[in-house]
Ligand binder design. Sequence first.
Ligand code: SF4
Length: 116
Amino acid sequence: MANSCNACGLCCRLFYINLTKNEYESGKYKTILEEHGKISNFKLAKEVGANLLAKKEDGSCVYLVDNKCSIHEGRPKVCGEFFCTSRAKRFEGMVEIIKKADSKAESSVAIASSKI
Ligand code: SF4
């Protein structure tokens, strides 16, 4: 079965998006700790979570507008790789969280990582 997306926006509300080194260093993305300044050492930035995309007060991704990705063409790598229909081992936990949230309308938090 091919992966598909029904554009429900759940993954953009539930998960923290982990930027790759290149994405973080590009400075193109709003990150959760950016008001404290940029950490030049990516390994350290990752350890403290400075490479996570910023979220709005409601917990959704800062780029989610009207339930759509406002930076779709330039979205982080992991956003393009994840599908809630994925059978990839590395997305197993996230797929389970989506299924639970979808059926119970609960919110959970997880970290979405792309291979760097
Ligand atoms: S960058 Fe776009 S696709 Fe990725 S979580 Fe945010 S709104 Fe969703």
